[in-house]
Design a protein around this ligand. Sequence first.
Ligand code: NAD
Ligand code: UD1
Length: 360
Amino acid sequence: MYWILVTGATGYIGSHTCILLLKSGYNIVILDNFSNSSPKVIDNIIKVSNLNSKEISRRIKVFEIDICNHNSLDNMFSSMIKSRKKINAVIHFAGLKSVADSVEQPYKYWETNVLGGINLIQTMESYNCKTFVFSSSATVYGPTSKIPIKESDLIKPCSPYGSTKASFENFLADISGCTETLKCSIPSNKEWRIARLRYFNPVGAHSSGNLGELPKGKPNNLFPLIAEVCSGEREILEIFGNDWPTKDGTGVRDYIHVMDLAEAHLLTLSKLFISDPQILTLNLGTGIGTSVLELIKTFELETGRKVPYKISERRRGDLSISIADPINALKYLNWKAKFGIKEMCRDGWRWKQSQAQNNI
Ligand code: NAD
Ligand code: UD1
């Protein structure tokens, strides 16, 4: 069976994708430097996947590696080859993702998100592994009045984080020999099979309550902050502005359940494996917009608890509305999000409660 290298595998989206990879019969190489995750997540992946000890040693390899270290990457590929295990594809989640931090530390973001990615691609090329799935972001589009957002819309990131994602997307187009066009699928004359997946707002958790988002430090995003207020860890939620030109004045986003996102990665891999060399660029979202107030209301209904809030100033750099046009993911992957915000809140809350119970 195929070996899939998952970089950033113990992070939020990576860990959920590992569950589906194992369930679909793939063997996985877990790569992480644990800068924003914990090795304990590996135990949770194993627990949720229900593997016995024989299967664990046969189907999972773990490497603690920093993608900025070219030699470590090379050693990892070479040690896999030596044990007669060829890596067939890479799903590249490893990276830094905070907009605010990226403004403070642009060097660190460019080093990890761009240089680290280039190291990985160079190493893959030298081991003739040319199937690659990249975690890009809706943040590459920047402010736009065109809703829903299509893949062919203007790329205009407005933070160092967004710039690193857009630049690495361009690098991928260059190495696959594709001149950047507005199409979702462009043939590659360099034998690369690449997908650039632009996630909208991933939230929620695995329905078992054993896997979810576990960021180090204070969260910046709305969903984990609501969960903290709901659990009493945080007193009050600040809503950043109620004077946006939206249905109720609060910001509108396209929230997507992390398991729907994970499933899209599985379908992307299958698609790339059976297709001619190409570069595929897809939005991953539900196509449905939810306001801050709507998300709070749903959280309250699903948990039976109150989420106290106050209205504050708009956050610098915020957008009023961001909603995906997900039609091309349906066309190219036959993928459509299954879960709505009720399930996102229900599963996210179950995870939050199990964290509290198990002292995670
Ligand atoms: P995460 O921080 O939970 O996971 C990223 C993982 O990469 C972490 O486990 C971290 O330890 C690891 N990592 C970071 N730097 C590394 C390095 N130099 N070498 C090896 N490992 C390293 O983030 P996530 O939410 O799972 O996001 C995964 C990817 O998806 C990221 O590239 C992110 O930019 C992108 N993305 C995330 C979102 C989101 O809202 N979560 C939205 C759009 C795109
Ligand atoms: C943020 C990032 C974006 C990144 C995405 C996923 C910014 C400007 N944008 O996007 O680049 O891809 O996270 O990691 O940081 N909100 C509140 N109170 C809060 C937090 C958020 O009202 O305490 C509101 C925001 O104003 C927004 C909505 O909730 O309207 C969603 O915010 P958030 O979860 O941070 O996601 P994005 O703004 O989409």
